[in-house]
Design a protein around this ligand. Structure first.
Ligand code: FAD
Length: 341
C-alpha cells in the first residue's frame, strides 16, 4: 500500500494532508517535531489566556486568491475565521482585501485542516533522515521551515538530491524576528484605545497587539494577553543572543511605548529564526520534486510566499503532485479508494 508521510504540522502540511483526505485510515500520516500543531501559526496557551505568537491575520485578496478563495470561505463559514473588526493602527489595507482573525487562536486554522485530513498525527517526531524497510537512507533536505511530503513506494533505491536542487533550496532566505507573549490574570485591564498597532519609529519593536482584543474575545473569564513582534533588524542582530537578555531589551522598549501596561503574570519569548520568506525558491510551482522513486516532494511557504494564501497554494500543488503517484500505486495495488482534490 502506498503511504504518504507529511513532515510538518504547520499550515502547508495540514492543508496538504486535508487535500489527501479520503485515503484509507493509516495511509496518510503527519509528523511534527514540535509538541503541537501550528508551526509559525502557533497559539501559545497560559492559564486562562492565549496568544498568537506567529501569524496574526489571514488576509484574503479575492482577485488574487483564484482557486483558493473557497478555502477562505470554508474557514469563515465554519466560524474558524471572523472578520477583523478591532482597530489596528498603522495597518496597510489594500483595496478589496479582507482581513480575518481566528477567535480560537490562529493555530485553530491548522488544527481544522488536520481534523479534516483524518490522518494519523504524531508530535515530537523529528525527521532527521528517512530510512527503514522501504527506503534505505534518505537525507532529508528540509530545514525548520519546510514541509516535505514523502510517499513511500516500496522501492529500496536510496534517494539523494542533486547539486542544482540543493542550490535552489539554499537560495531561499528568511527574515528573523522575536515574539513576546505577555499573559495576565483574568480581569486585568489594559487601557489602550487600539487592539493592535504597527510601530515605525522604534529600532526594536515593529508590532504590538492586545491579542484577545484583536481576536474579539474580551470577557471577564479570559486573561488578556499582549503580543510583541520585533523588527527584522533587531531579530537578525540578536539571533544568537541569550533569550533572557533579548526579552529584557524588548520589555524595556515596550515599557517606553506603552507605559501603562501592567505587570504580566507570565511571559513567553519565542525566537523565529525562520520568520517570513524574503526570497522564495525560484521557478517553482509551490513545491519541488526532489526524487521520483521513491517520491520525495518539498513544499511550504519557501516555495511561494509567507502568508495563508502562499501556504494553500503550496499545499494544493503538493497534493496535485502526489495524486498521480498514488493513482499509479493504486493501479498496481488493488485500487485504493482515494478521493483527492
Ligand atoms: C512573526 C510572524 C508573523 C507572521 N504573520 C503572518 C500574518 O499575519 N499572516 C499570514 O498569513 N502569515 C504570517 N506569517 C507567515 C506564516 O506564519 C507562515 O507563512 C506559515 O505559517 C508557514 O507555514 P508552513 O506550514 O509552510 O511552515 P511552518 O509553519 O514553519 O511549519 C513547518 C512545521 O514543520 C515542522 N518541522 C520542521 N522540520 C521538521 C523535521 N525535521 N521533522 C519534523 N517536523 C519538522 C515544524 O515544527 C513546523 O511545525 C507570519 C510568520 C511569523 C513568524
Amino acid at each position: 500500500m502506498a503511504r504518504v508521510l507529511v513532515v510538518g504540522a504547520g499550515l502547508t502540511g495540514a492543508a496538504a494532508a486535508a487535500l489527501l483526505r479520503g485515503a484509507p485510515r493509516g495511509q496518510v500520516a503527519v509528523w511534527d517535531k514540535a509538541r503541537g500543531a501550528g508551526g509559525r501559526m502557533s497559539t501559545s496557551r497560559a492559564d486562562r489566556g492565549s496568544a498568537d505568537l506567529g501569524a496574526q491575520f489571514v488576509t484574503c485578496e479575492p482577485e488574487l486568491a483564484g482557486p483558493r478563495l473557497s478555502f477562505y470561505e470554508d474557514l469563515v463559514s465554519q466560524g474558524i475565521l471572523k472578520p477583523l473588526t478591532a482597530p489596528v493602527e498603522g495597518m496597510v489595507v489594500r483595496e478589496g482585501s479582507r482581513n480575518y482573525v481566528a477567535p480560537q487562536g490562529i493555530s485553530s486554522v491548522v488544527k481544522y485542516y488536520l481534523e479534516q485530513s483524518g490522518a494519523d498525527v504524531s508530535y515530537e517526531q523529528q525527521i532527521l533522515q528517512l530510512q527503514g524497510d522501504i527506503v534505505n537512507t534518505l537525507p532529508l533536505p528540509v530545514g525548520d521551515s519546510h514541509d516535505a511530503v514523502f510517499a513511500a513506494s516500496g522501492t529500496e533505491t536510496p534517494a539523494v538530491i542533486n547539486e542544482s536542487q540543493k542550490q535552489q533550496l539554499e537560495s531561499v532566505s528568511y527574515s528573523s524576528r522575536y515574539a513576546l507573549g505577555l499573559f495576565y490574570e483574568a480581569g486585568t485591564g489594559i487601557a489602550v484605545p487600539w487592539a493592535a498597532q504597527y510601530i515605525t519609529d522604534n529600532p526594536c519593536i515593529r508590532f504590538i497587539s492586545i491579542d484577545n482584543k484583536k481576536r474579539n474575545i474580551e470577557s471577564p473569564e479570559i486573561g488578556p494577553s499582549v503580543v510583541v513582534h520585533t523588527t527584522v533588524t533587531f531579530g537578525s542582530e540578536h539571533l544568537d543572543s541569550d533569550p533572557a537578555e533579548v526579552q529584557q531589551i524588548i520589555l524595556s522598549h515596550l515599557q517606553r511605548i506603552v507605559p501603562s501596561l501592567p505587570e504580566p503574570s507570565s511571559i513567553k519569548c519565542q525566537r523565529w529564526r525562520y520568520s517570513q520568506v524574503t526570497r522564495a525558491v525560484p521557478n517553482c510551482p509551490g513545491q519541488m520534486i526532489l526524487h521520483t522513486q521513491p517520491l520525495l516532494i518539498c513544499g511550504g511557504d519557501g516555495f511561494t510566499r509567507s502568508n495563508f494564501d502562499g501556504c494553500i497554494e503550496s499545499a494544493m500543488s503538493l497534493a496535485q503532485a502526489v495524486k498521480p503517484h498514488l493513482q499509479q500505486f493504486q493501479s498496481q495495488a488493488a485500487k485504493l479508494p482515494l478521493d483527492l482534490l
